[in-house]
Design a protein around this ligand. Sequence first.
Ligand SMILES: NC(=O)c1ccc[n+]([C@@H]2O[C@H](COP(=O)([O-])OP(=O)(O)OC[C@H]3O[C@@H](n4cnc5c(N)ncnc54)[C@H](O)[C@@H]3O)[C@@H](O)[C@H]2O)c1
Ligand SMILES: O=C(O)[C@H](O)COP(=O)(O)O
Length: 528
Amino acid sequence: MAFRILITESISNEGIQRLQETPNVIVELRSNLDFKDLTAIIHQFDALIVRSQTQVTREIIEPATNLKIIGRAGVGVDNIDLDAATENGILVVNAPNGNTNSAAEHTMAMLMALSRNIPQAYHALKQNKWDRKQYIGVELKDKTLGIIGLGRIGAEVAYRARGQRMNVIAYDPFLTKEKASKMGIEYGSIQAVLQSADFITVHTPLLKETKHLLNRDAFERMKPGVQIINCARGGIIDEDALYEAIISKKVVGAALDVLEEEPFLQHKLLELPEVIATPHLGASTIEAQENVAVDVCQDILRYIHGGVVRNPVNLPSLDKEFYRKIEPYFHLGEKLGEFLIYLADESPEEITISYAGDITSYELSPLSRKIIKGILKRHLGTHVNEINALYLANRKDIQIHESKTSTKKGFSNLITVELKTKSTKRNVSGTLLNGLGARIVKIDHFSVDVTPKGHIIVIHHTDQPGVIGKMGSLLANHDINIATMQVDRSDIGGDAIMMLKVDKHVEEVVLNKLMMLEDIHYVRAIDL
Ligand SMILES: NC(=O)c1ccc[n+]([C@@H]2O[C@H](COP(=O)([O-])OP(=O)(O)OC[C@H]3O[C@@H](n4cnc5c(N)ncnc54)[C@H](O)[C@@H]3O)[C@@H](O)[C@H]2O)c1
Ligand SMILES: O=C(O)[C@H](O)COP(=O)(O)O
């Protein structure tokens, strides 16, 4: 079946072509869809690529029954309902690096246009007005630029502002005094930035915590005559508060590339002569658009080809080398989960994953997601994946615990998964044996050595002469061939376990007959 990709906004051909050249991939470009159209057709697509103007809300995501990946050709993902995507097992990727330069350059262009009234003067000239007095500006040199959010773009703006011989003070929760001093800028609290800056530029994402970060209270703390730049996201600035601050002359200029609602036309801020604006052009350069389109399309292709995506938004990001090393454990972990859930008779309440030995030198959360996926998929089906496994476990009130010890427990690496239900605890351990691949090496307190693959029968019995013979004859009578067999016991005549690899699926009727045999207490058929 072809992999169908819907692109709802204009993105560079450099990216689209790579998709179109891929066999079995169908690309549809539909930049004129409204919300209703998109909701009606989204179920036909495996992937969706957007920029900032398509609102990918829960109402779009829920009917998207075939959607596997959403690509954002740019940085901000505030137009995508990430919770809804995660809950529905849809991977979201973005292109965080491709437009940094362009956004920083646009911020500088806005800063310079603002300080010298360039748009206003140009506008007057176009109307045949030669007015040199009204458009007198201020120099940037020796003025203080306050930067709120010193990530990729904020940092690039800081370097450029230093080039303009400005003093820079920045606030970011991840900024340290040492890092600031290495960059030749001052580290400040948000209050210090608000109080000391002549120009303030915001470069945070739009989050719950940054919504209306510049509000009435913030404007009150600023220096009289301050000027504001927003080339990040509408919503970071409270627009009513900015309007009032301009009317009261506290703020003497604002340069806005973004507003809370886009497209923005006939906005009251645009009526003020102190406000200059562009229609969300921060990333609109040929270079940035090529970069982000190529980045996002390459990630979609990596996804299609089963590779590691570079810029996941709702999954931990994996480096290629790390992925190569951990991939064999992914297979083992998922199989351990699938195996263990067959042993449980009741619904899982707690899953405890313990890692021991060499494996603990890796970041293991992606592996834990695989194990949980393995456990949940027996009852929740193929809908479970590594993106929504934790969310679904949480929704089912299953507690997850994880522990690690570098001490080796009989094997160079060992993964033990314990499943607690209302009345029992079952556990299974597995390892990767050098050169031999994955093995299940322990079930509860019994030692075994089984490849987690194919048809397996697990039998608990009492260690008595003749049990194995009776069981073998019964299977032979049903034409079931035993490929390998493992037995372990706690002590002579005590509890024992049998693990049989057989050549075909074992029907319920055969399992019931096995259960009727004397000294056999428990039988499970597991298909891995
Ligand atoms: N106008 C445009 O066309 C355009 C183009 C590119 C990016 N953007 C927007 O710019 C923003 C930043 O992009 P980036 O690539 O630099 O992202 P980034 O993730 O590299 O940087 C964001 C920074 O904000 C900081 N931050 C978060 N909460 C904060 C808070 N409460 N106070 C101070 N700092 C806080 C983070 O620690 C981080 O360092 C995004 O919203 C993005 O959408 C706009
Ligand atoms: O977050 C971003 O990358 C920018 O806001 C660019 O948005 P755009 O792709 O709609 O130009």
